[in-house]
Write a protein that binds this ligand. Structure first.
Ligand code: 6PG
Length: 232
């Protein structure tokens, strides 16, 4: 299944279009199920998209659940927190009434007790997302599926919904939804920007091992159609 691709002239155009598409996904979910669930990435790329999405007045945000595809194990007050980013950029104005489900669950590290608390928090979510928006790093990671990650195999092939992840050079410990959990979605997007990431994507689409570039697991899967959003 070759991923669909949408390219835009600017980051702003991309963010506007992706916000409109995801808002449609949320409206469709609310119409069908009375609520909608969205999982988003952190990092630096999605901020603009978050702002445009959060301003959508024609989404009944009181019926939307928002979570993260992955998180650094830090409190929301940290500038490394993806939850902090989502709250600051998306969950303002009309979207302020959405319910945010954090992955971070307190304590210094995502040990067994911490992860059990995260799993408990995630029980508020329906089994399927209405939309999942992934990002990609220049090393070919997506979510916290890092090359050399200590739980990479389990995250890519297991059925545990949420796992901890530590990887060389990545900094603090992470927590990530598994591939199985992320693919349980009606709509799946990969949002990348810049020429360097375009090159990384081309290598990821070529032959090579998933362990080297874990984003390949998303690009090669045949369960959930993927659309790649790119702008320079
Ligand atoms: C995170 C992410 C991660 C991100 C990529 C791309 O917490 O860092 O969710 O998977 O999507 O690292 O990050 P940038 O957008 O900063 O390049």
């Amino acid at each position: 299944m070759t991923p669909a691709r949408r390219s835009f002239g600017s980051k702003e155009d991309l963010a506007l279009a992706l916000a409109e598409t995801v808002a449609d996904d949320l409206r469709r979910g609310i119409e069908a199920n009375g609520q909608a669930a969205l999982a988003v990435s952190g990092g630096s790329t999605p901020a603009r998209f978050f702002v445009f999405l959060g301003r959508k007045k024609d989404v009944d945000w009181s019926r939307v659940l928002v979570t993260l595809v992955d998180e650094r194990w830090v409190p929301e007050t940290s500038d490394r927190s993806n939850a902090g980013l989502v709250n600051e950029k998306m969950l303002q104005g009309p979207a302020a009434v959405a319910r945010f489900i954090p992955l971070y669950a307190g304590g210094d590290a995502p040990d067994a007790a911490g992860l059990a608390r995260t799993a408990e928090q995630l029980r508020a979510l329906p089994e399927r997302f209405d939309a999942v928006v992934l990002g990609m790093g220049n090393d070919g990671h997506t979510a916290s599926f890092f090359p050399g990650g200590d739980n990479l195999a389990a995250a890519l092939t297991g059925t545990e919904p949420v796992l901890s992840m530590r990887a060389p050079g990545v900094g603090e410990a992470r927590v990530t939804l598994s591939l199985d959990r992320l693919l349980a979605t009606d709509a799946l997007y990969l949002h990348i920007e810049g020429e360097e990431k375009a090159k990384v994507l081309e290598s990821a689409l070529a032959e090579g091992s998933v362990d080297e570039m874990p984003v390949r697991a998303v690009l090669r899967q045949t369960r959930t159609p993927l659309t790649i959003y790119w702008s320079p």
